[in-house]
Write a protein of this length. Structure first.
Length: 162
């Protein structure tokens, strides 16, 4: 169980917004940052105050599910050229793809603490337009912290022009 990677389910994303279950602060933090990019063991080492029982509880409640290796990888935009009527600054992914990609990239691109804050911002987005705006913000943040090469790679993954 601890060597498996897990991803949030729809119920998990809904719980983050609704706060309906009596989760401890540390368990809620684990649910928030968990994205399939690391094994459960790695997440437990990174999030203070959680243990194997917390992972088991999240699974039991249907808030997380095992993530296949493919599910842990970011979803890339198709390599087709954007339609002429599409603004050059618009991300070329649908809501689910963009949500999954931003969630998986939060801690990878920004580190644990800033990634945690960014994950909160992703969860607060109500529609595709808000996620697209946040994606552009991520590109800017990565450019400031990691440089133009990392930002260009992120732009490409999002289907944005260089």
């Amino acid at each position: 169980m601890l060597d498996q990677s897990y991803i949030k389910t729809e119920a998990g994303r809904a719980e983050i917004k609704a706060r309906a279950l009596p989760l401890s602060r540390s368990t809620r933090n684990l649910l928030l940052v968990l994205d399939g990019s690391r094994s459960a063991r790695q997440w437990l080492a990174m999030v203070q105050g959680v243990g194997e029982a917390d992972i088991a509880y999240l699974i039991e409640q249907g808030l997380i599910a095992p993530g296949a290796a493919a599910a842990a990888k970011p979803v890339a935009a198709p390599q087709a050229a954007p339609a002429p009527q599409t603004p050059a600054s618009e991300v070329q992914l649908d809501y689910q793809q963009l949500y999954a990609y931003l969630s998986s990239q939060a801690t990878k691109q920004l580190g644990l603490m800033k990634g945690y804050v960014f994950a909160l911002e992703v969860e607060q987005c109500q529609d595709l337009a808000e996620l697209q705006k946040l994606a552009l913000s991520l590109v800017e943040r990565v450019q400031q912290s990691k440089g133009e090469a990392a930002a260009a790679e992120l732009r490409q993954a999002l289907g944005l022009p260089a």
